[in-house]
Design a protein around this ligand. Structure first.
Ligand SMILES: Cc1ncc(COP(=O)(O)O)c(C=O)c1O
Length: 311
């Protein structure tokens, strides 16, 4: 039986170009929104969290891995029996990755007769865009317009940011969208999102007018963490029970907290919605080990027998 279902586009997005015809149901939708006590938030702000870490999908973002073991997402790839083709780190997409993927797709077509779908970096093309266009409809049904002033999220390849900002614009919403970048720079994302706007037919709309791109929180760079970032992640999980990954949501949540403190006027109001984009498997890449071991070493107690007290 085909896994393809018809894709029903929200009404307000129906004039866009490149609307997908089909979808595959991978995620569990209608993830909850609840209040979140994000440590370090000034008291005048109320932060809530949209739990897209609960879509229940193992497809919650691929991570750049420096060592080829079975950590994080690589473990999932291996468990699924996927073939992996490893390319040099930082290969540019247009000139290196895309031609290689096209060669591989051709080989697969010739050998198996099957057509491959080439996923660009981060899935951020006009197809991927419709992911967060679809979620925006869900956010509206959950009271986005009445209950929030600002929405804040991580930005790694720009698809989430483009989907949310375009939806926000098309629905005439007065919410302000803030993308906290975890790699590259503001100029790169502005250009990428402007290209996306053109590709869907919104040539007269500019990224600068529909999205606040926030720099300054990528720390040591994409996929690299500072001890302060890792300690923040630990603090958040201990204080609020929310698990953040070091590559995306950890940097974005820390960036949000720092911006609320040092730059409160960048927010339009005090009711902030943080979008948790998942990525839990990124927690298992080993980067949290040293901080967790150092911070919790006094919390691990040997308790050798039932009659003794813990040491
Ligand atoms: C967990 C997680 N959050 C956020 C992002 C960033 O989203 P985008 O690439 O659409 O900017 C990614 C991208 O892979 C991700 O894996």
């Amino acid at each position: 039986m085909s896994k393809l279902l018809p894709y029903v586009c929200p009404k307000w997005a129906q004039n866009l170009n490149h609307i997908p015809k089909y979808r595959i149901q991978l995620a569990n939708p209608d993830t909850p929104i609840h209040r979140w006590s994000l440590p370090g938030t000034p008291s005048k702000f109320e932060v809530s969290i949209k739990r897209d870490d609960m879509t229940g999908s193992t497809l919650s973002g691929n991570k750049d891995q420096s060592k080829i073991g079975s950590e994080g997402n690589l473990l999932l790839d291996r468990l699924c029996g996927s073939n992996m083709y490893i390319v040099p780190r930082k290969s540019p997409y247009e000139t290196e990755l895309k031609p290689r993927m096209e060669t591989l797709a051709k080989k697969l077509r010739e050998e198996t007769g099957k057509e491959a779908y080439l996923v660009p970096v981060g899935g951020s093309n006009s197809v991927g865009l419709f992911g967060y266009i679809t979620v925006f409809e869900e956010l509206i049904s959950q009271g986005l317009f009445d209950q929030f002033d600002d929405i804040v999220f991580a930005c790694g390849s720009g698809g989430t940011a483009a989907g949310l900002a375009i939806s926000n614009h098309l629905t005439g919403s007065r919410i302000r969208c803030h993308a906290i970048i975890v790699c590259d720079d503001k100029a790169y994302f502005t250009d990428h999102i402007n290209q996306t706007l053109c590709s869907v037919g919104l040539d007269t709309v500019h990224c600068q007018d529909i999205l606040d791109i926030i720099e300054g929180h990528k720390g040591r760079g994409y996929g690299l963490s500072t001890s302060e970032e890792l300690e923040f992640i630990m603090n958040v999980s201990q204080q609020s029970g929310i698990m953040l990954d070091p590559v995306y949501s950890g940097k974005a949540a820390r960036g949000l907290m720092e911006e609320l403190r040092s730059n409160p006027d960048r927010f339009q109001g005090n009711r902030i919605l943080f979008l948790h984009t998942g990525g839990v498997f990124g927690m298992y890449d080993g980067s949290l080990d040293s901080v967790v071991k150092a911070e919790t070493k006094d919390l691990v107690h040997m308790w050798p027998s039932i009659d003794s007290s813990p040491e």
